[in-house]
Structures are given as C-alpha cells and as structure tokens.
Design a protein around this ligand. Structure first.
Ligand code: GUN
Length: 296
C-alpha cells in the first residue's frame, strides 16, 4: 500500500473538541447552550443507531440534546406540528429529521417546513439555493466533512479535477457545489455515465457516494489521486458481516496518494459536522461571530 490514510476518526475527534470549546465559551460568556433536536419516525434499526449516537455526542460536547421518537404511523399533520413547535422554541438551534421517513410522509414537504436557519442538515431548498449561489448557508454534514478533510490534506483545492460519483441530494450534488466553490473542475458521474473508468481516471480527487460495495477498483484511479469514500455498506464475507466502502480499498490504496478508510473515514466526520453546524446556527441566531474553520 502506498496511499496515506486520511484518519477521519482522529479528525472528527479534533472537530468535536473545537465544537466543545465553542460551546463552553457560549455558556460562559453569553449564558447560551446550543440545542439540537432530532426527530425519528418509526423503527428503522440503522436510523435508531445513528440517532442514539448523535444524542450521545451532542451531550458530550456540552450541548442540549432533545430526541423526539414518533410512532411509524404518525400523521403528516402531527409531524409538521412538532416541527413548528421546534421552529418556535428559542432553546433549539438545530433541527434534524432523520431520513428516510415512512412512505406515507412527504419528505420534501417535511424538510421544507423546517426553519432554514435551524436546518442543520442543509436539506431545505433555501439552503440548497444559497449553497448553489455561493451564499452563506447551512451545509450538508457529510459533504462538509469530506471538504474539511480535503482542505486539511491539500491546503488549496484550486484547479484540481474532481469527480463525484453519485448524484444524491444528501451527498453528491452538495459535494459538487462545495468543490466548485473551492475552484475545482467538477464532474458528477452517475449510473448512466458513459465510460466511468475513463472519467474517474482523469480525477485528482475522487469522491465515491453511490452505496454500492467496492464498485470502484484501483485500475480506475489515477496514480497519486485522493480518494474519499462515502460508502458504508454491510456485506457478508467469509461468514462474517463486514463494513466496506464504495471503493475497493485494497486495490485503490495501492494507487492513490491518499484515501479514507471504511470504517474510520468519512463516517465519523458526519456527526462532527452536525455538531459544528448546530454551533454555527446558534451563533447566527444570537448575532455572534461564527466559529472559524467549522463552516464551508
Ligand atoms: N439519513 C442518512 N443520512 C442522513 C443525514 O445526513 N441526515 C438525515 N436527516 N438523515 C439521514
């Protein structure tokens, strides 16, 4: 293996440490405690794990954590009423509705009912538009975490060729916007892309966010490129359940200059950035200077 490992676990711990310092200062200097509300509808096991982990880490950095666990059969009207209540609650600075929602609920309607200033996921159409036009916004957590790691590794990203594989609203599209904002030449590749190996082979930066286990082999990667693996896929191998990314780590790490592992790469950065976004939202809500280095 020749690639440098980008240690997302250590980086996320550092970000959480910075968030914790800002939280302590907000309390000591202004008597304000940032508050994050997480709404979970239904019993999806993966979502339950994420929500538990979010609550634990929110408390660990000294913020207020509120969890609303609603029944699978919750009506849209009841969910919208809860969001309205949280929008109007001055002790809550960030609201996250865990996705996916049960099928009978309109995800777009629900997300767009969150006050954009409290939309710490950055999924509200106002935040999507602000990000796309280079204005101050709430930035989706996973792409923000990827950007932080890329900036930390490279310094400036200006002029680099970046290929984002995957066009989701949660990762692919906002990731492309962020890379464009840092003056990369950006290509978004997806399932209909012609000659994906050729497209990926041009990239100085590859961000894989497709949700298909180990679909990017080392042969596609340009020597020395930086590979950011957003995938978290559970597969069975040798009779054991294993977590793997969207890139084949063994072959890609032999060619890449730097690579994020799975687990321990992008994953831990997502929650760290959620906490960072909550502090940012809290500072903005109170007309205070935003923490440096924790936003795009
Ligand atoms: N489900 C999977 N990832 C996410 C995320 O980043 N935010 C929310 N709200 N739900 C998710």
């Amino acid at each position: 293996m020749s690639a440098q490992i980008i240690d997302g676990k250590a980086f996320a711990a550092k970000v959480r440490g910075q968030v914790g310092e800002h939280v302590a200062a907000l309390k000591a200097d202004h008597g304000i405690t940032p508050g994050l509300a997480v709404v979970l509808v239904g019993e999806d096991p993966a979502s339950q794990v994420y929500v538990r982990s979010k609550g634990k880490m929110t408390n660990e950095v000294g913020m207020k954590s509120v969890e609303h666990k609603l029944d699978e059969a919750t009506s849209e009207a009841d969910l919208l009423a809860l969001i309205e209540q949280l929008n109007n609650d001055a002790t809550i600075h960030g609201i996250l509705v865990q996705l996916p929602l049960p099928k009978h609920l309109d995800e777009d309607l629900v997300i767009n009912s969150i006050n954009p200033a409290k939309d710490v996921d950055g999924f509200h159409i106002s935040n999507v538009g602000l990000l796309g036009t280079g204005q101050k916004s709430m930035v989706p957590c996973t792409p923000l975490g990827c950007l932080m790691m890329l900036r930390d590794h490279h310094g400036s990203l200006s002029g680099m060729d970046a290929v984002v594989i995957g066009r989701s609203n949660i990762v692919g599209k906002p990731m492309a916007q962020l890379l464009l904002g840092d003056s990369c030449t950006v290509t978004i590749a997806h399932s209909r892309t012609k000659d994906l190996p050729e497209v990926v082979g041009r990239a100085d930066i590859v961000v894989a966010a497709v949700g298909r286990p180990e679909m990017v082999p080392g042969e596609w990667i340009k020597k020395g490129a930086t590979v950011i693996d957003v995938g978290i896929n559970r597969i069975e191998r040798d009779g054991k359940i294993k977590l793997v990314g969207d890139v084949d780590f063994a072959s890609c790490s032999a060619v890449a200059g730097a690579i994020t592992p799975v687990p321990g790469g992008v994953g831990p950065m997502t929650i760290a950035c959620l906490l960072a976004n909550t502090v940012t939202a809290c500072c903005r809500a109170n007309g205070l200077a935003e923490p440096e280095g924790l936003t795009a």
